[in-house]
Design a protein around this ligand. Sequence first.
Ligand code: SF4
Length: 245
Amino acid sequence: MQENIIEIFSSIQGEGKYVGCRQVFVRLEGCNLACRYCDTENRPHTHPFCMVEERAGKRRFLRLQNPFSAEQAAARIRKMLVDLPHHAVSFTGGEPLLHAAFIQAIAKKIKGKTAIFLETNGTLVKPLQEILSDIDIISMDIKMPSILSVPQWEAHVAFLQVAQKKDLYVKVVVSNETGKAEFFRAVHLVRENAPYACFIIQPVTPFGGCVAASPQKILDFQEIALGHLADVRVIPQTHKLIGQL
Ligand code: SF4
């Protein structure tokens, strides 16, 4: 099995419950959604080369021919895990579950060396089910109608019901345009389908015309969520603040 990989590198997790942890990131091509604030260059079949960090965290990259086999990718990851201990290997994108079988093949080759972490938009439940036993931690976004032309509520419900069997946390990006009603619906979705998941409000990093939410709005939204969920945190994208990849 071979797939294109955009990049493999070691950096600091900048979002969510495990912010600050050192992780190996494996970025895969393509996404099934089109969010207005998307800042990821992830179009499929447009990466003839994979950028691989030569040594974990040194920011010197090798330009290696795509596609990669699962064994080639696992070998690069294993080398970084030898360079220094990592909290997890994070499969990201794009939407990594478009490449579920490939992720599973890599995960089996690095099993027991570190945790397997999935950063997902939370809409592709079937591929999640297929590889669930090989995943340890799931970072799931809830995408609200104000940033998408096609709402994803039903897909999110199905996804939450499966993902809550793992170490799951949910992220909701809040901007100036985020409506109270859709935010409330996201809170209820989590309360009804994954009540023990940590719920993270991520103030949007302004990009592509998106305007930041006011400080008061963030406080008000956290108050709404705390009325229904036990663990509600506000965490911005920290890697951009400190110049990390
Ligand atoms: S789900 Fe993520 S990668 Fe896909 S379009 Fe939205 S922000 Fe971009």
